[in-house]
Ligand binder design. Structure first.
Ligand SMILES: Cc1cc2nc3c(=O)[nH]c(=O)nc-3n(C[C@H](O)[C@H](O)[C@H](O)COP(=O)(O)O)c2cc1C
Length: 207
């Protein structure tokens, strides 16, 4: 079993990466593999709302010139997904949000029903808003959102400072252990499959 750790920071080895790595170590200690996927620092598009993915049933974003479809493919292969982002003005990094919105809209099945978690790092404040924002898609994609001993936030400014946030790093380790425990139980022999989903009953509030 494998968990994909998405680093939504333009800093490859910054505080978000370190917080995610701490989760990876706890997963590893419990016998669950993990892989990091870095957003990189090349431009990513926002959703153009062209709906080509849905109306043409592409199952991927029609724009293939950035990481969107590669990320979706990696999420699809993984048993669990953790998204991490730095806090920018009390929000996730805009590029991370842009690409995640396209991944989930164009390839819902890559994530639907999986165990997931969000992680936010910041210098001083706004990480809980970032954390909530990152969790929003998961809550409407039938995912199982995994918690920890505290909200999944950690503090640090320059790369490496997050290591000094002992409680934040412990929160990450606890999250990793909780995720491992859930994954093992969901995949154990004789585990109960979930009930089938009802067909979607859309109601667009148009009178
Ligand atoms: C554009 C920008 C906006 C930021 N806004 C906030 C903020 O609202 N609150 C905060 O505490 N830190 C803020 N920070 C600091 C980062 O969240 C912090 O340095 C974080 O550790 C960076 O994570 P990284 O090393 O993974 O990139 C901001 C940094 C940048 C570059």
């Amino acid at each position: 079993m494998k968990v994909l750790l998405f680093n939504g920071s333009p800093r490859e080895h910054g505080n978000t990466s370190m917080a995610l790595s701490e989760i990876g170590k706890a997963l590893d200690a419990d016998g669950i593999g993990s892989e990091m996927f870095w957003i990189g620092n090349k431009p990513v598009r926002g959703c153009a709302a062209c709906n080509a993915c849905g109306t043409r049933q592409l199952g991927r974003c029609v724009f293939d010139d950035d990481i969107c479809n590669r990320l979706a493919a990696r999420i699809a292969e993984a048993d669990g997904f953790v998204v991490g982002s730095p806090t920018y003005y009390g929000q996730p990094n805009g590029a991370a949000l842009a690409v995640l919105q396209r991944v989930f809209y164009s390839n819902r099945s890559c994530i639907e029903g999986k165990p997931v978690a969000s992680v936010a790092v910041c210098r001083r404040g706004g990480s809980t808003a970032t954390f909530q924002c990152l969790n929003m898609p998961f809550a409407m994609l039938n995912c199982v959102i995994v918690g920890s001993q505290y909200w999944n936030v950690a503090f640090g400014r320059t790369p490496g400072e997050v290591q000094q946030d002992a409680e934040g790093m412990q929160t990450m380790r606890t999250l990793g252990h909780n995720l491992a425990w859930l994954l093992k139980n969901l995949n154990r022999e004789g585990a109960t499959p979930r009930s089938p989903l009802e067909p979607w009953a859309p109601m667009h509030f148009i009178r």
